[in-house]
Design a protein around this ligand. Sequence first.
Ligand code: NAD
Ligand code: MG
Length: 386
Amino acid sequence: MAADPDRPLSSRGVAILGSTGSIGTTALRVLARQRDRFHVAALTAFTNAGLLAEQAAEFGPTYVGLVRNGADGAHPGWGSGDACLIEAAVRPDADIVLNAVVGAAGLDATLAALEKGKRVALANKESLVMGGALVTAAAERGGGELVPVDSEHSAILQCIAGRPSTEVRRLVITASGGPFRRWTSKQLENATLADALQHPTWRMGRKITVDSATLANKALEVIEAHFLFGLSYDRIEVVVHPQSVVHSFVEFVDGSVLAQMGVPSMELPVLYALSYPDRAADTGVPPFDPVELSPLTFEKVRARDFPALELGTQAGRLGGAAPAVFNAANEQAVALFLEGAIRFVDIPRAIESALGRYSSAPAGSREAILDADAAVRRHVQELFRC
Ligand code: NAD
Ligand code: MG
């Protein structure tokens, strides 16, 4: 695949890890409108060779990787296996690596890209939660830069606008409340997978949709905010905002509160993570109409009925291996829930059990974190074995 002679010299190369998913396809929609500023350097996916081939034909990357290459026909020119994420992440023609893989599988690619001094546009919050200290150290060593894709963290970044963390009193992260916002604890006992997958405001992959229903997603986001913005957990709060129009608030030390708003659409935070600190025109985001979007309302989190948020925040405060344990237990429990093997309310129970047993596991290296991750997954599987 030769370099495109029509490509502007200033165009920045973007590697998209997880290009067939919800964030990956949103990113390609965004990039199709930004061909003078960015080009696609690499694409990877887990399965779905058909969609990946269509994307490759449209965007002409120099590298294509499919983890399960060969499962439905061989693609000889493509990379394969877990290594293809790293190969895509360290490509010399990739200035920016959009990590849109789901789950712990994204960790090594985040580390590798930061070590190579790249910008990581981070959708894969799990890699920062499980390896916060490692990820921060890799960025410092390699000169790489983490820019969030998550809409709440993109909002916070836009509100902070370069001011030092000493000027920030508090972050208030908004949560839609998910499909079960009004369900009683008794109703939650019988919540089905179909119920959990009906998110009121966002269309996303299945794992994050379930995380939004348990509020484990908000716990991951609190930990993500702690590492991205360097604030203690006492200064990070969550409020329920069912319309998902205010994407988060930042309160400064003088009492002024800034919010970033917009219709619920991932196109803006994806593009902002690529163009930051610049703003690019033509995002495809629908125009903002405050009357149409009103009323905007806010509620307290029902912490007792959605224990995953508090469990995750406590894991963040504990530090060490605890956030990785929280993440692994949640991932394994969600996988079992998606298979129909456990109930919705079993997810926080699995997390609590794993945290009780593994929170103080060693966490000083990538290997130690991966060992804790594997032990926790086995523990959660054992927990539900009849
Ligand atoms: P998704 O399930 O729709 O897509 C996941 C992508 O990763 C797919 O391309 C898939 O092929 C690939 N993938 C899955 N498992 C893999 C593995 N083991 N190795 C390599 N590739 C693998 O998920 P999504 O909703 O796009 O979410 C992706 C990430 O972005 C998650 O971390 C999620 O929390 C985060 N995020 C998503 C949204 C959203 O609106 N969807 C918003 C904020 C943050
Ligand atoms: Mg979010």
